[in-house]
Design a protein around this ligand. Structure first.
Ligand SMILES: O=c1ccn([C@@H]2O[C@H](COP(=O)(O)OP(=O)(O)O[C@H]3O[C@H](CO)[C@@H](O)[C@H](O)[C@H]3O)[C@@H](O)[C@H]2O)c(=O)[nH]1
Ligand SMILES: [Mn+2]
Length: 732
């Protein structure tokens, strides 16, 4: 790290002892894996045992796959790397030389992303502890909604009180809704100032909510800003309207001051032109429009991008991120700093596994050790030039650009110029979406963009501060979770099948371990098939008495037992290290099973359809609100089924099938002493235990979240069918 006292950040590896233990496990488990494969290859049943032979080959395939996949997962476990910043050094050295930072917030739908939530995020990032004249906040509204515009206008007024309040009282978090909710519980904060600011906030909130309820902005409000004229054309819809750019606060303006006379950050509303004839490329399209509009107005050298539901929870994060970019020795190597993503609506045992905590507490540290984390869409600071397609140049160590352009043009000229940059046709025959900006055509625009940046030679940084940098909203129903994971796993698989396949495209450009790590995510979806095999074929073999594993007293039993137990113990220890309870770990295991059974198969199918040109990938936006009953059940950690869907049918069917086969398996054990089937019996019993909430939803629950009866009937039918099919005694 060079001269330790000058560096703006430091890097630490994992604990030595832990790493030795880990390597011991990894080597021995790998040896075990090889033995398992050897056993499978040398014990293939003869051709006359036809059924068993095929079942054997299938399970061999599944074990080959998971063995290979396990090897990939090692890439993020060998070299965990943590980063720590020295913010005082940054402020001492660069006080006046800090760069402009542009902050992009994306929203797309005022009904599932309520305007009050959106402006809370906006206010939280306006209030960063950073020279406000250097901050510009841009809101992209793909919903093209005047309600969102109105909310932003209200926020621009409230900011005049909120920013000084935050400064004076060192408020954390600077998201007003959360701050007032948290501080209302304890009496300490409730000063006169607090009460006044809170009531100002509450009044604003109720005005916005009332407008949302009404579905339109009241006439008296509309009169107060010229921007509303953009919505005077009644034919406009979210999918069909002209470009809108409204600079609500122009930082160059002398009067852009808060109540205490300090400068306010620039604040811009943007809705790119939308026409039904033009594909808008979802969030990637919005981000690229933001890149152009902001380059015209403030042209910050660093860009922070957040989803509209992910507020800043730590007013220092901006400075943390700059410690990496501004470090004299290493700073020029980094394209982006991905801050850990965390969520503020996770329940105690995280029933849907949506905290992704193991990713942020294990995987991403490991990624940082092998070249840098993925870009995961929100809470990420980018160097503008690398996002614009620049290649890394080891020989130049440019200072981050400090200047803001466009000091001359007046506000309305700027707005008109900016509008021309977000017309539908603007990107035709350009490199936008290809070599410039975020990439198009992939449901995980973030991951593929990050990968291509890393392949241009840049490194990235993972930063996980003890006070979380950002807090977002995680899906709160099973269906939403499965759909979100379908989008992610489909996008990742598309990357793997595209010219950007990390194993091929990344070759020679990024480290082998990083290629493996990317592949680990890209291959989430294909894991569904071997899992389906375990969950469907294995119980059927149990039912039919077809033995597929060595018996307990066979020496070959040992590698199976060793690999399975040590791997599960390791996973438990990892989870404990990340602060999990056993129950939470168990819930996460369940969600892995559910995702692999009911979400990833659809991702695989859609990827193939897309490869064949038969379908276009879509972007199903996750709802950030839920009706009262659903929210209540989420709080109680009751799994939400509720509506009939193919996804739930698959889950119910595997649950019932395993249940039926387990009964037969136990019968067999008791009556025939079929010890040769013990491993299958244990596997089947585990699946049944994991599925307890599914049985509950089918047979016990009465609330609105129970399994629809059509799904229950279908799955019970299947189970009965499985039980009455004549049992063929073979190969025990
Ligand atoms: O046409 C669209 C669709 C979405 N969005 C915005 O994209 C963000 C993410 O959408 P969300 O439905 O919340 O998806 P998540 O699965 O929570 O998002 C994760 O995964 C996405 C890729 O699949 C990334 O784009 C996100 O940044 C990342 O947080 C939200 O702010 C949306 O408003 C748009 O701006 N335009
Ligand atoms: Mn989201």
């Amino acid at each position: 790290m060079g001269d330790g006292s000058r560096a703006l950040f430091e890097t630490k590896g994992g604990r030595k002892l832990n790493r030795i233990w880990y390597k011991l496990y990894a080597f021995s488990a790998f040896a075990g894996l090889c033995l398992i494969w050897a056993y499978r290859a040398t014990h293939i049943p003869e051709a006359r045992e036809r059924g068993r032979r095929w079942a054997w080959i299938g399970i061999f395939g599944a074990e080959l796959w998971f063995g290979f996949y396990w090897v990939l997962t090692q890439a993020v476990r060998w070299n965990p790397t943590r980063r720590f910043t020295f913010k005082e050094r940054l402020t001492q050295r660069y006080q006046d030389k800090l760069p402009n930072v542009d902050i992009f917030v994306c929203t797309a739908d005022p009904t599932i992303e309520p305007p009050t939530m959106v402006i809370n995020t906006v206010l939280s990032v306006m209030a960063y502890e950073y020279p406000t004249e250097k901050l510009s906040v841009y809101l992209s509204d793909d919903g093209g909604s005047e309600l969102t515009f109105y909310a932003l206008l209200e926020a621009s007024r409230f900011a005049k009180t909120w920013l000084p309040f935050c400064r004076k009282h060192k408020v954390e978090p600077r998201c007003p809704a959360t701050f007032f909710e948290e501080t209302s519980k304890d009496g300490n904060h409730q000063s006169v100032d607090w009460l006044a600011t809170k009531s100002l906030y509450k009044e604003m909130e109720s005005r916005i909510d009332a407008a949302v309820k009404l579905g339109k902005v009241p006439a008296d409000q509309r009169k107060q800003h010229k921007g509303f004229s953009e919505w005077s054309c009644s034919a406009a819809t979210p999918r069909d309207h002209q470009a809108i750019v409204q600079i609500l606060i122009d930082g160059r303006d002398q009067e852009a001051e808060d109540n205490e006379g300090f400068k306010l950050p620039t604040l811009v509303y943007m809705a790119r032109e939308k026409r039904p004839t033009h594909h808008h490329n979802f969030k990637a399209g919005a981000m690229n429009s933001l890149l152009r509009v902001s380059s015209e107005i403030s042209n910050g050298a660093v860009i922070l991008n957040v989803d509209c539901d992910m507020y800043s929870n730590n007013s220092q994060t901006m400075k943390d991120a700059l410690c990496f970019f501004m470090d004299e020795e290493k700073g020029h190597e980094f394209a982006y700093v991905q801050v850990a993503q965390t969520f503020n609506n996770i329940t105690k045992n995280d029933i849907y596994g949506n905290s992704l905590r193991l990713m942020s507490e294990v995987d991403f540290y490991g990624l940082d050790g092998v070249g840098g984390p993925l870009y995961v869409g929100s809470g990420c600071f980018h160097r503008r030039e690398s996002l614009m397609g620049k290649k890394y140049d080891a020989n130049s160590k440019p200072q981050l650009e400090l200047r803001r352009n466009n000091l001359e043009a007046n506000t309305s000229t700027l707005e008109e110029k900016a509008k021309s940059l977000i017309a539908c046709r603007y990107e035709d025959n350009t490199e936008w979406g290809k070599e410039m900006g975020l990439k198009y055509g992939c449901p995980v625009e973030d991951v593929i963009t990050g990968l291509s940046i890393q392949c241009r030679g840049w490194k990235s940084i993972y930063f996980n501060p003890s006070r979380m940098g950002f807090l977002g909203v995680a899906p709160i129903t099973l269906a939403q979770t499965l759909i979100q994971h379908k989008r992610w796993s489909e996008g990742d698989l598309q990357i793997f099948c595209s010219e950007y396949c990390p194993l091929i495209f990344g070759h020679g450009k990024i480290k082998l371990a990083l290629q493996f790590a990317y592949s680990m995510y890209c291959l989430w979806a294909p894991c569904s098939f071997p899992t389906l095999y375990y969950a469907v074929v294995l119980p059927v073999t149990l039912l039919r008495g077809i033995s597929l594993y060595p018996s307990v007293n066979d020496i070959w039993f040992l590698p199976f037992a060793y690999v399975i137990t040590t791997t599960k113990i390791c996973s438990l220890l990892e989870a404990f290290g990340a602060g999990y309870t056993v129950r939470r770990w168990w819930n996460e295991q369940r969600m892995w099973l559910f995702k692999r059974l009911a979400s990833y198969p659809f991702a695989v199918v859609d990827t193939f359809l897309k490869l064949l040109g038969a379908s276009n990938s879509s972007f199903v936006i996750t709802a950030k609100v839920a009706d009262g009953e659903v929210a209540k059940r989420y709080e109680q950690e009751l799994m939400e089924f509720g509506s009939a869907s193919l996804m739930f049918t698959i889950l119910a069917m595997t649950a019932m099938l395993n249940f039926a086969c387990l009964i037969r398996g136990v019968q067999r054990l008791v009556w025939d002493g079929g010890i040769g089937l013990l491993v299958q019996l244990v596997a089947c019993a585990t699946v049944v235990l994991i599925n307890i909430p599914v049985y509950g939803a089918m047979f016990l629950r009465k609330d609105g979240g129970r399994m629809p009866s059509s799904v229950t009937f279908a799955s019970v039918g299947l189970a009965i069918l499985a039980l009455v099919i004549p049992v063929q005694q073979s190969g025990v």
